[in-house]
Design a protein around this ligand. Sequence first.
Ligand code: AHR
Length: 525
Amino acid sequence: MFTCTATIDPAFVIAPVPRRLFGSFVEHMGRCVYGGIYEPGHPESDVDGIRLDVVKLARELGVTTVRYPGGNFVSNHHWEDGVGPRDERPSTLDLAWRSIEPNTFGLNEFMAWTRQADVEPMMAVNLGTRGVEDACNLLEYANFAGGTRYSDLRKAHGVREPHDIKLWCLGNEMDGPWQVGQKTATEYGRLAAQTAKAMRRIDPSIELVACGSSNDRMPTFGTWEAEVLDQAYDAVDYVSLHAYFEQHGEDRVGFLASAQVMDHFIDGVVATCDHIAAKKRSRRKLMLSFDEWNLWYESRFAGQDRLDWMRAPRLIEDEYTVEDAVVLGNLLMSLLRHSDRVTIACLAQLVNVIAPIRTEPDAGAWRQTIFYPFALTARYARGDVLRVEPTSPALYSQTLGDVAAIDVAATRDPETGELTIFAVNRSDDQSADLRLRLVADGPAEVVEHTVFGGQDLLATNTKETPSRVEPRSSTGHTLDGTNLCLELPPVSWSMIRTAPPVSTANATSHCTGSRGQVAASRPAA
Ligand code: AHR
């Protein structure tokens, strides 16, 4: 066992927890839409074909914002094909995933789904094969009250009130050679700025996201952001980041420390944005939209060019292990500690395609391992994110060099005084003894201690065993006055919550100092 220390001080506020940090992504790809959120005829579906078991899990997951309809899909998508009477909608070629798109689910169906799932929509426009005019038409259809060609078309399609969609992505991964309509940074920067200008004339209340690099390994990473923002800095509100993590070769430590890579990536994009702001003498701070992130065993994917024209093929339905969930929980900690700049993030994707929720036509929906740390973080990361600087021994990664063995993040709700601490131990052979000093203006008690990992690291949830893996509650803590000690098992993600005692009259007896014995401890929520 090794020992680490940290101080949790409510005065060290980074930023309020942005609720949009718990977003996800629904792309017309594989079985995310067809056979995922939408499956007419399935016993769990309603009369409109919406799978209610998936809606229920999306709500349980705590998803707040959902990006749609792509992804690479959007770059040759004609949104008009997906609205109006279903029997008049054409089947079309989706060039991104070499699939047949039936268009039986489109904008209005998605908007109805967002209301059922209680999420905010985040819409992407096609800047691959289309441009300014098409983006304006779509915005007019979606947000304009009425009395014009596209707003009246929406009404004719049975949607009287405007959708009032606030968040819009200006294309998707426009730097990628795989993207239909790929652009240079100069071409895209100008197009993004012009599209933004025109869209804001239609609806000045919208928020716009410019495409950053597809990932931080792109040869143009850094220069892409700088060139695009040179042209579009004043026209947009966010720049996007995308990242998918997997283990490379034998470097398990590097994989377990993926959050460190995410930290570094975010810091690089923040620096680039602020460099452009300085050049422009702008006092405006651009925010970051991490609108695709997850684990993806990309090395197992045959590639887009090998796909055959099918409807809703099974694409990248990765099955996640307990170890993957530990890494995912840690990635959320990275997002939290950057919440002063990253105010939108979307776990890609929501259902079946590299997703926390899985379905099968002949079964119900189930939770993958990665569902749990996401759901718990979305539920309990409340109030303000606090800056935490833990001491930690180093582990050696072949690709990253020295990485910290543990990571800690914390949030505190100033209204209730509830503190939520997230901690990850990346060591695969040693437990960590994490000693936290809580700076507090009153007594606290532990109300929940949940652990994920530490055992059965390769276990997964499947159609046959959908509940094999679940988080478990732990007694591996002591709270003695302001000293909170946690045992972090090897390769584990932990969440511990404290709150002021229900009655301050109980305050004198709340610390026992013995492992797992916290007097007046409330039952786990
Ligand atoms: O999420 C899968 C794909 O990954 C998206 O379509 C694309 O934007 C990214 O490359």
